[in-house]
Design a protein around this ligand. Sequence first.
Ligand code: GAR
Length: 200
Amino acid sequence: MKNVAILLSGRGSNFLALSDAIEAGQIPARIVLVVSNKPDAPGLIHARERNYEAVCIPSAGIEREAYDRQVVEELSARQVDVVCLAGFMRLLSSWFVQQYPRQILNIHPSLLPAFPGLHSQKQALEWGAKVSGCTVHFVDEKLDHGPIIVQRSVPVLDQDTEETLSARILEQEHQIYPEALKLVCEAKVRVEQRRVLIRK
Ligand code: GAR
């Protein structure tokens, strides 16, 4: 059983998808902490409604590593094994990443390495991509860069807006994030250079 922490900044729908899968017994994990850097994040309210321990550590005006040290203190106190970034809109410091080698996961709404950074769905539309999708990857010291655990593609349709494409991608995010966390918690993944190899 792995102790999982969720870090989020907003809506929290990926957190809810992870929580649903864990509560349904699909993943050998328990959520021991939810952290938001935004006091008014809806995800924080959902976490409290589900009776998880949920804390807000406001990030405004705090230097990156000083902030990360506050977060890691909370994680260490609860013996967290795996950290899931679920719409946590902050870059982690190298120091944070080094505390949890290959134990921090992120979900991103594009097929990386296409369209990293912000507004990935808008970037895909503006580029004229015919497919896009989502990626769960290990976090390393560069933005949206670490080894890819699971990806899923969706079509980009002629009539798509940022909203409709985002909704189609989000549906797949909610599928692949639990799948990826399950693989990691069951120790079924091995990383060779950039390749994440999955034991069946
Ligand atoms: C999701 O679409 C996630 O992929 C994206 O933010 C949204 C959070 O939604 N993350 C990033 O863009 C990270 N670069 P949620 O709060 O409902 O899970």
